[in-house]
Structures are given as C-alpha cells and as structure tokens.
Design a protein around this ligand. Structure first.
Ligand code: VG1
Ligand code: CO
Length: 543
C-alpha cells in the first residue's frame, strides 16, 4: 500500500453546525480542506483496523470527487471495507438504514441537504455513528477541536474506483463494495407499511404526485411509488437527481416547491402531494388545495400510528424539537406516552431512540421519522400518510380537520429571514435577550407574557447539557414566540421566528394561520425590532 502523509495547515472554520459541516463548494475546493475534516473525523472516531464504513451523498456537484478522496483516505487510515451507494448516491435515511443493517462502524454522508447545489452552491459532510444517527455534540466538538490543530493527513496514492459498477473492487488492502442505494431501504419500507392496502387505494383511482425536486429521492420514489406500489408513470416528477438540482432550491416548502404547490392548487389536483429535499430526509405533505404543517403531520402520524403494521403494537413515546408545535404533546397525552422536547437537530433524538424511550420524532422544519433508522426520513413520512389514507379513506384535509376537532389546533407558522448581515441578526437576538428581565408579566393586547428564557437541554440519557438553543417567549394562554439563528446557512445569518397559538374552538380552527397569528407576529416584531433593524418588510420564506 502506497500511503502518503500530506502536510496541511490547520483550518479554523470546520465547526459542524446543526447537521454537519456546510460551506460553499469553493471552500471545499480549497486544497486540503475536505481532507482535513475527514482526517479529523477518522482521528476522533478511531475505528479499529479493518472496520467497515458507509459512504454516499445526495448527488450534488462535487459528490463524486469527494467520494474518491474519502475512499483513498479510508484505505490509508486502516478501514477494511467501505459500502458505497452506486454512483455515489445514498439518501440520508438510506445511509442510516445501511449503517444499521450491516452493523458498520459508522458512515459519512455528503450533503448540504436543502441548500442549493452546483459550482456556486453549497456542499456538506457529516459523520454518523454506528447507531445510524448523526454524531452527537461531544463527537462533533472533538472533530472541530482536532481540525484546528491537524498538521497532516493520510491518503492512498492510487487511482480511484468505478463508482457505477455494482460489486467489489479493491483499493490497496481495502474492499470497496458498490451497492444498490435503494434496495435495502425499499425493503425496510415494505416491512413497515401496508403496501397492499396502498396499492389497492391507488388501483381504485386515488391520484398522487411526488416531487423529488431533482434531488436524491428520485430513484427511491420511482422504485417504491411507481414500481412497488403501482402508481402510474409520471407520478414522480423531477425524479432524476441532477448535480445542481436543476438550478432549484431543493427545500420542500410552500416557497421552493412551487411546482408541486401549483399542481396541488390546480383544477385537476390529485388527492395527495408530497416533496422531499436534497438528501431525502425532509417531507412536505399536501392535500388537494391543503397544506399540512410538519408539526401537525407528526401529530396525525402519532394519532394514527397503529394503522401501519410496523407500529401496530403502539409507540413508546414521541420527541419533538423545541420550536415544533405542541400538537404532538396532545396526542402523547391521550395515548399516555411521554413526549420529550429537544433542541433543534436530529442528533438530539438518537439517545432517546437508542434507549427505547421514543418511537416517533419530528421537527417543524419538515422533518419526521421514527426509530426504524436514526435520521428523519422523507419517503417514510409519505408512505405513512399513504398508509393512513388507505385505511381511513378520508381526504388529507378531512383527516387534519377531524384531528383538530378532537385535539384542538396548534396554529403554527415559521418566518425565515435569510441571509441577514450577521451583526444585524446578532443585534436582534441581543435586543430580545435584553428584554428578558422586564417582559414577564407584561401585557400585549390579549397576550400576557408568562416566561422567557434561552432554551437549554440536559440529555436524559447521558446527562450532556446543550445551552443557547433558542429564545422563547411564552404567554399565559400557551402561545409562544421562539427566535433562533440557523446553524445550516452558508451566507450571512438566517433568523427564524416560530409562532404558535392554540385554538380549541372547531368553528375557528379553519382560519388562515397567518391571520390567526397576526397579533403574535406583531408582538414578535415589537419585541425584536426586527423590521427596523433589518430594513426587511417581510420574511424570505413563510411556512
Ligand atoms: C435546519 C432546521 C432543523 C434541521 C436542520 C437540518 O436547521 O431548522 O430543524 O434539523 O436544518 O436539516 P437550522 O439550524 O438551519 O435551523 V437537513 O434536512 O438540512 O439535514
Ligand atoms: Co435534508
């Protein structure tokens, strides 16, 4: 084996954010940049010689080049085998599935998720541990610390492998196994959901549309929805993954998935619409002319979980990120199972799932999943909804309206202000924090402030503390305003404002969310002085 040890200067900016290290492609093309991060990962995880690694990405620009580098580095660092998705493709949930199924030491996922791709776009990398989930903070902190002092990395001096040829190839002493990226995942989905009931629903004329947004879920959705479930050709749109996602922003929300939104609002709208993001872990659920908020989707899935064979025995508990609405808490209460509130980011769910405390997890940011893997899972959520629709035979809208009538509606919206100058965003956060002392007890119209704090979380399993996880302003009637800075953006700062109110009266539950939340939106602006400080009249994205 021809191992080379290449000297490098340490990098100071390799701190993983909410979900791994994300930077502009140009940053990843700086000599030794990717290599430095990968060597830091290998040093920290210290896999025993001969260990197996999983490797794949969302197919974005630079994916194949990065995979060849990581393979040569894995060989030089003593790995015995790497499982790679054909063409370098593995959706985030599929990578989690493969890590778990084959009991590997861990995996590396190349993705910047919902961020745009292409030469001017973003790239990203993250490490997942042997449970299939994103590395917890203590590991990501150690990787960052290592990258700041690293002075060399190990790489094999050899040509790359053929990423498109299924089967085994050798790279020095290390085996590279190119695997079908879809097969293991599709098999797992068939074991969880009632495919024959869904097939019957579709055979009976139920129509659906799935928008893969030219991102990684295309091949997964084609195999599962069109081939295995028998939906007609054309059900999956934008199903071919492209390195630049067709120039789009592969973020399944009402703004960026506009093609699907127009179809679902059109005269001949199908019964069900869904979309997923760049790396396949997010989902948006739509009915005909109807949007299901991710927070409501989690609650509806929880309330109907027993209809899916994989969850027929009930759920152990639910976890949701702090800014996610409390709709799921109400379902957990009725089911008599615990509901945990964690900081933003899927890595905080891992310990709870490993300990068997929760089955379902969700985030307001279009993330839903369960303990079948350790990532959020876009297609899983879509199949769960199809399973529920197949069994209940109601429209999406009707299912949600009945849910609200039974549990009450947590009216919810998130307003994102993207690419603000960092000092402006920091100023808004400081402004709000500065009001914390005098806010409690203050009245704003009908709303009286009950508490405000900066959310911190102690992991119930390993006791680790995560602080500074978002500013909360809670009102006496249970309404909330939450502000936090994004940890996934690569341009300036993105400020997120999360708004939640509760409506128990069925006669008022169908109101437009923005109208129902207007008083809270005004209070948020008054307290944060956001519009004045940023000069922005409205958010970049409202969901
Ligand atoms: C966002 C979401 C968060 C999600 C994260 C990764 O983080 O708010 O809920 O876990 O993206 O999702 P932030 O820090 O920008 O708010 V994914 O699909 O990009 O891996
Ligand atoms: Co994603």
């Amino acid at each position: 084996m021809n191992v080379r040890i290449i000297p490098t200067k340490p990098f100071a900016d390799q701190k993983p954010g909410t979900s791994g290290l994300r930077k502009k492609v140009a940053a990843f093309k700086v000599p030794h940049y990717l290599e430095s991060f990968v060597q830091s990962v290998f040093d920290v995880v210290a896999a025993p010689a001969g260990s197996t690694l999983v490797l794949g990405g969302d197919g974005r620009y630079h994916n194949r080049e990065a995979i060849q580098v990581i393979l040569r580095m894995a060989a030089a660092n003593g790995f015995g085998r790497v499982l790679v998705g054909q063409g370098g493709i593995l959706s985030t949930p599929a990578a989690s599935c493969v890590i778990r199924k084959y009991g590997t030491h861990g995996g590396i996922i190349l993705s910047a998720s919902h961020n745009p791709g292409g030469p001017e776009g973003d790239f990203g990398i993250k490490y997942n541990t042997g449970n299939g989930g994103p590395a917890p903070e203590k590991i990501t902190d150690a990787i960052f610390a290592r990258s700041a002092v690293l002075s060399s990395y190990r790489i094999l001096d050899t040509a790359g492998v053929d990423l498109d040829r299924i089967g085994r190839q050798m790279l020095g002493d290390m085996a590279v196994e190119i695997i079908d990226p879809v097969a293991d995942y599709a098999e797992l989905m068939e074991s969880l959901f009632d495919f024959s009931a869904i097939r019957e629903l579709i055979d009976g004329g139920f129509r659906l549309c799935f928008d893969a947004m030219h991102a990684v879920t295309g091949p997964y959705a084609l195999e599962i929805i069109e081939r295995r479930l028998g939906a007609p050709a054309g059900t999956v749109i934008n199903g071919v993954p492209l390195p630049d996602f067709g120039g789009g922003h592969p973020d399944p929300n009402l703004t960026y998935a506009h093609e699907l939104v127009e179809i679902m609002n059109g005269d001949s709208a199908p019964d069900f619409g869904a979309a997923s993001d760049g790396d396949g872990d997010r989902n948006m659920i739509l009915g005909r002319g109807f949007f299901v908020t991710p927070s409501d989707s989690l609650a509806v899935i929880a309330a109907n979980a027993a209809l899916a064979p994989g969850y027929a025995d009930g759920i152990a508990g639910i976890a949701r990120s702090m800014p996610t609405s409390a709709a799921a808490d109400r379902v957990a209460g009725k089911l008599g199972v615990p509901c945990y509130e964690t900081p933003t980011g899927w890595k905080f769910f891992g310990n709870l799932m490993d300990a068997g405390k929760v089955t379902l997890c969700g985030e307001e940011s279009f993330g839903t999943g369960s303990s079948h893997v350790r990532e959020k899972d876009g297609l899983w959520a879509v199949l769960f909804w199809l399973n529920i629709l197949a069994r209940r035979r109601l429209s999406v809208e009707e299912i949600v309206h009945r849910h609200w009538a039974e549990y009450g509606r947590n009216v919810y919206s998130r307003h994102d202000y993207e690419a603000l100058p960092s000092d402006v965003a920091a100023g808004v956060m400081a402004q709000v924090r500065g009001r914390f002392a005098d806010l409690p007890g203050q009245r704003f119209g009908d709303y009286r402030v009950k508490f405000c704090d900066d959310f911190s979380y102690t992991d119930p399993i390993d006791g680790s503390l995560s602080s500074g996880q978002g500013l909360r302003i809670g009102f006496e009637d249970g309404s909330r305003i939450v502000l936090r800075l994004s940890g996934t953006g690569t341009e300036g700062a993105t400020l997120r404002i999360y708004l939640e109110a509760f409506e128990a009266d069925p006669a008022r539950q169908k109101a437009d969310a923005q109208q129902a939340l207007a008083p809270l939106i005004a209070i948020a602006d008054e307290i944060s002085q956001l519009r004045q400080r940023s000069g922005r009249e409205r958010p970049t994205v409202i969901t």
